[in-house]
Design a protein around this ligand. Sequence first.
Ligand SMILES: Nc1nc2c(ncn2[C@@H]2O[C@H](COP(=O)(O)OP(=O)(O)O)[C@@H](O)[C@H]2O)c(=O)[nH]1
Ligand SMILES: [Mg+2]
Length: 192
Amino acid sequence: MINFKNANFVKSASKQDERATGGLAEILVVGKSNVGKSTLINSITSRKSLAFTSSKPGHTKLLNYFNIDNKFYLVDAPGYGYAKGGVDLDALFGEMMEDYFYDNKFLKAVLILLDSRREIDESDKELIGFVNESNIPYYFVITKSDKLNQSAKAATVKRIKEYGFPTDRVVYTSRLEPRSWDKLRQVIEKIV
Ligand SMILES: Nc1nc2c(ncn2[C@@H]2O[C@H](COP(=O)(O)OP(=O)(O)O)[C@@H](O)[C@H]2O)c(=O)[nH]1
Ligand SMILES: [Mg+2]
């Protein structure tokens, strides 16, 4: 059993060879800015402010390593889907992901976060396509699913299907529904 509350921030890294030491499995958390990556890390560990939940888009520009019970690392990726100050942050994000995925023997799974209240856009499709081609197992985490009824849930799955991506690994989460994180914890228990 993994004690998810036994969690701490270890370090930030800009590339794979700066990873946290110890040879633990890594699970990458990736998604658009504001989709709920920090919220996932706080919720899954039941720790209010382990990851900084920022309202500022683009705040996180590095890979942030969180040690979970000395069993695995949750790796919080920078958000994508924005460009600011003349610098194309998405280009930097792409380079970072290519470096991180290349021949990465620690990376065991990717959690791709999608906001249940937004459409899947070009940047999401690009990211999903990239992960899909990497042959690393991945799961869709549909965030902010507070009060989402069955038909709204089905609509999200339909959208994923329309874009030609598999729909058998979908988990719904909500910051307001603590039990919604149990499924994701179970998924992680199996992977690690
Ligand atoms: N209602 C609701 N809001 C959420 C949920 N998850 C995240 N948010 C809000 O969405 C915003 C962005 O969340 P954050 O975790 O910082 O996203 P990040 O940029 O991907 O790290 C914050 O204002 C959160 O409070 C959720 O499940 N339900
Ligand atoms: Mg964040």
